[in-house]
Design a protein around this ligand. Structure first.
Ligand code: BGC
Length: 374
């Protein structure tokens, strides 16, 4: 199913490129801007935060800019810095500036849904980017299979425990989860539990505490983890951290108690800091989500919608996602993520997501040499 729809996507991409110099557009909406000179159709992107993950400014922003320009569109990409009001204001500005398509990754579903309704009332097409807005009205959603992301984290934790705490029964686990207002955090959690719950039930693992962290606040994640750890007599065998930012905060606390490298910690996003921590052995795993592919899929959809070609947009979707709050199916492009441990960090460099020089620093140089990362 996936490979079939990807193949369709590729064919469409070629078709779009082939007619890029002549918009091939009979509706007169004039979208061609192959050189990305800036006079193409305006597309707005509002990203949610900077501090919760290095991905938004470090990856999504430049990759979306490149992918949208390659579609002949003229992007305006802003970041709400975790401020719900700012998110709404930025979106308002874009709506008033006459964007034809709006891509939103909202700090919470309420503001995402309200922005979508407002934009659609002006005839603007809205794509939920990475985060689905529950109870929203956007017609398309582009993301990863986020339950699968959580399953990779659960699997990574179990593998890490087998290596670092073999035979320990029950192994004690602390879960530091993402923002309760981000639907993705719920999906990651659900995926993790698909793997971990049977082990909690069987007594192989013991859950010390599971704690969602408001706004994915990394600092709060660290202080919360420390409270749980000290409350448990400074004992922990494994930590689920929902992304690399939270993992970094957890690792700082583990260091304070002499536990770094002894306790598997999960992560997500394959950020340069996260990958360095994996190379050092401080973090057991991360999840590599190829954001270039996510940005390209979103840009192709935006291109089709900007041309008013909803049939092409429909064909790009490779499935639907349930919005349990709005009781609706949202046409989706869902991409596949990859489990990364020390052994295959190299594949993230080979995929050109990060450069060797981003992750091979003084205290990881030996690991890079050993793993052939250069
Ligand atoms: C994204 C993650 C990110 C987290 C915090 C989630 O919605 O899918 O990649 O780490 O937000 O920014």
């Amino acid at each position: 199913m996936r490979s079939r729809s990807l193949a369709v996507g590729t064919v469409l991409a070629v078709a779009v490129t082939a007619c890029g110099t002549n918009s091939g557009n009979t509706s007169g909406s004039g979208t061609a801007d192959p050189g990305g000179s800036g006079d193409g159709v305006k597309v707005g992107v509002v990203l949610p935060e900077t501090a919760t993950s290095a991905r938004w400014e470090g990856f999504d922003k430049p990759l979306l800019d490149k992918a949208l320009r390659a579609e002949g569109l003229d992007p305006d990409i802003q970041n709400a810095q975790g401020d719900v009001q700012k998110f709404a204001t930025l979106a308002d500005g874009m709506i008033n500036a006459g964007v034809r398509v709006l891509l939103i990754a909202a700090p919470n579903s309420e503001v995402g849904a309200s922005v979508a309704r407002k934009a659609e009332a002006q005839g603007i097409q809205v794509i939920d980017y990475d985060r689905l807005n529950l109870g929203g009205s956007s017609k398309f959603y582009v993301s990863f299979d986020n339950v699968k992301v959580g399953e990779l984290q659960g699997r990574g934790l179990v593998d890490g425990l087998a290596k670092l705490a073999p035979g320990k029964k029950p192994a004690e686990v602390i879960e530091i989860e993402g923002a309760p207002t981000d639907n993705n955090a719920t999906l990651f959690y659900n995926g993790q539990q698909n793997v971990l719950k049977p082990k909690y039930t069987s007594g192989e693992l013991k859950l010390v505490q599971s704690q969602p962290i408001e706004g994915w606040d990394n600092q709060k994640g660290g202080t919360t983890f420390e409270q749980i750890l000290t409350g448990n007599g400074q004992k922990v065998d494994g930590v689920v951290a929902a992304n690399d930012g939270l993992a970094g905060a957890v690792i700082t606390v583990l260091r304070k108690y002499g536990l770094t490298g002894k306790v598997p910690v999960t992560g997500q996003d394959a950020t340069p800091d996260g990958l360095q921590a994996v190379l050092r052995g401080d973090q057991y795993m991360t999840v590599f989500k190829p954001i270039a592919a996510e940005a390209e899929a979103a840009a192709k959809l935006a291109g089709a919608l900007a041309r008013g070609d909803t049939a092409a947009a429909d064909k790009l979707a490779n499935g639907v996602t349930k919005d349990p709050k709005g009781n609706r199916d949202v046409k989706s492009v869902l991409l596949t993520a990859q489990l990364i441990t020390r052994e295959n960090v190299k594949s993230v460099v080979d995929a050109q997501f990060v450069k060797a020089s981003d992750i091979c620093v003084a205290d990881t140089a030996a690991a890079c040499a050993e793993l052939g990362i250069k």
